[in-house]
Ligand binder design. Structure first.
Ligand code: HEC
Length: 136
């Protein structure tokens, strides 16, 4: 009886896990890659010499905001105490100006939480520092 109750709890926990906590599947990554076309005009995910309108996003996961590339970040983003995780990136791409009022990133936001999860999964994959993390 006791075993059963524990099993039930585990199943309940799995069912309520947020999408980002599960490994991204290929369909999700593909969707994310497609969605990133909106970002690509201003951002690169690979290290690059060329400056775009926005900062390079290579190695962004787990990094404090505005600490990456040589880039003239806004005072608002630079003085924030944001660290980029799946959770903060989700809020950022939902509406940048809501997370950081005064940011110079002009982007309306993505309302679909499913699309945001796909985009974050793609970012985790494409901005990873180690090449081995990308071989999938
Ligand atoms: C029109 C250009 C533009 C577009 C489109 C754009 N960004 Fe940005 N992004 C910027 C600028 C400019 C900044 C710097 C903001 C600041 O300093 O306040 C920025 C900052 C960021 C940062 C913070 C970088 C850091 O080092 O802290 C992330 C993450 C980011 N953008 C992701 C995205 C994603 C994902 C998309 C697509 C959904 C996107 N951006 C679309 C211009 C853009």
């Amino acid at each position: 009886m006791r075993m059963r109750k524990e099993l039930l709890l585990v199943l309940l926990a799995l069912g309520s896990m947020p999408m980002q906590a599960l490994p991204a599947d290929d369909a999700q990554l593909k969707r994310g890659r497609l969605l990133f076309m909106q970002c690509r005009a201003c951002h690169d995910t690979e290290p690059s010499e060329a400056q775009k309108v926005g900062p390079n996003l290579h190695g962004i996961m787990g990094r404090a905001a505005a600490k990456g590339s040589e880039y003239a970040f806004s005072e608002s983003l630079a003085s924030s105490d944001i660290v980029w995780t799946a959770e903060t990136l989700d809020r950022w791409i939902e509406r940048p100006s809501a997370l950081i009022p005064g940011t110079t990133m002009v982007f309306a936001g993505i309302t679909s939480s499913e699309d945001r999860a796909a985009l974050v999964a793609f970012l985790e994959h494409a901005t990873a520092s180690s090449e081995s993390a990308k071989r999938r």
